[in-house]
Design a binder for this molecule. Structure first.
Ligand code: C2E
Ligand code: CA
Ligand code: CA
Ligand code: CA
Length: 278
């Protein structure tokens, strides 16, 4: 990804000021967003294709600001990371996701895991596992219903990261490697880190039908996951054809627009309710 400085410098001057202004605006409003209750979580179902049941939910943050309107996470998460606000935002996301999942369980809906995206800066924070432990205790959510999604990152120091992961695993939560296959050291990370699940990046699923290469890669990732005793989920599944190929590969868990976009908590409640009645 390109940093803000590179982006700004490679842009003609009038736009440059716009981009800079936009970044400043986002940072300005972001500082007040939690207190003003401008965030909410959308949830996207993870489906088991053998049983056709929802087994989990990925939480995805949404920000609606009175002045800026709807700002996508790809626009504000990198800025939150740069200015340090990611710790506060990340803690809010963890609390909200755990609280919501516990509420659904108490309402008698079928039990599913909730997945939370962690940014690299959160992951490097030595207080992370303590914070998560506190949240689990306060909400009463059993740790096996929380999954943490991390991404590969070149700047992560292997020993430190492995330690951080072991601490998290001690809590009893699951750890998933997000966007698998897109980084620089996917296989090295599998070897060095106690990961529970691979999330095959959507770019491999996109070309699954058109390109034999993608199909071979996906097939290989699924087989490798199985041989390593890891769970595997395909992200960004949009069509019946893609689903069919994934079934043939033996990929049991899928996520994508084909089943559902990320939706509001109310809608998830209805979906889980239907499953509970079956
Ligand atoms: P991600 O974790 O890889 O999340 C998947 C993204 O793909 C989501 O975009 C989701 O809406 C989208 N998606 C899901 N199914 C499909 C599909 O079938 N087709 C297509 N084209 N897209 C699909 P979203 O919600 O805009 O999030 C973008 C990224 O922002 C996430 O990528 C994640 O890296 C980051 N993010 C979102 N919420 C959080 C959060 O609470 N904390 C942190 N640190 N990062 C977050
Ligand atoms: Ca994710
Ligand atoms: Ca992903
Ligand atoms: Ca991504």
């Amino acid at each position: 990804s390109t940093g803000i400085v590179e982006t700004v410098l490679s842009t003609p001057l009038p736009h440059r000021q716009d981009q800079f202004q936009r970044r400043m605006d986002i940072e300005f409003y972001l500082r007040r967003a939690i207190d003003n209750q401008e965030f909410h979580l959308a949830y996207q179902p993870v489906v088991d294709v053998y049983t056709n049941q929802i087994v989990g939910l990925e939480s995805l943050i949404r920000w609606n600001n009175a002045t800026l309107g709807h700002v996508p996470p790809s626009d504000f998460i990198p800025i939150a990371e740069e200015c340090g606000l990611i710790h506060e935002i990340g803690e809010w996301v963890l609390k909200e996701a755990c609280m919501q999942n516990k509420r659904w369980q108490e309402a008698g809906l079928s039990k599913v895991f909730v997945a939370v995206n962690l940014s690299r800066r959160q992951f490097n924070d030595s207080r992370l596992s303590r914070m998560i432990q506190t949240i689990l205790e306060k909400t009463g959510l059993h740790p096996k219903y929380l999954e943490l999604e991390i991404t590969e990152s070149m700047s992560m120091e292997v020993e430190l990261a492995a330690d951080a992961l072991r601490q998290l695993k001690k809590l009893g939560v699951r750890v998933a490697m997000d966007d698998f296959g897109t980084g620089y050291s996917s296989l090295g990370y599998l070897r060095d880190f106690p990961i529970d699940k691979l999330k095959i990046d959507q770019s491999f699923i996109k070309g699954l039908i058109q390109s034999q290469v993608n199909a071979v890669i996906v097939n290989t990732m699924v087989t490798m996951a199985r041989n390593l005793n890891l769970l595997v989920v395909a992200e960004g599944v949009e069509t019946e054809e893609e689903l069919q190929v994934l079934r043939e590969c033996g990929c049991r868990l899928v996520q994508g627009y084909y089943f559902s976009q990320p939706v509001m908590a109310k809608r998830i409640e209805e979906m889980l309710h239907l499953e509970t009645k079956q």
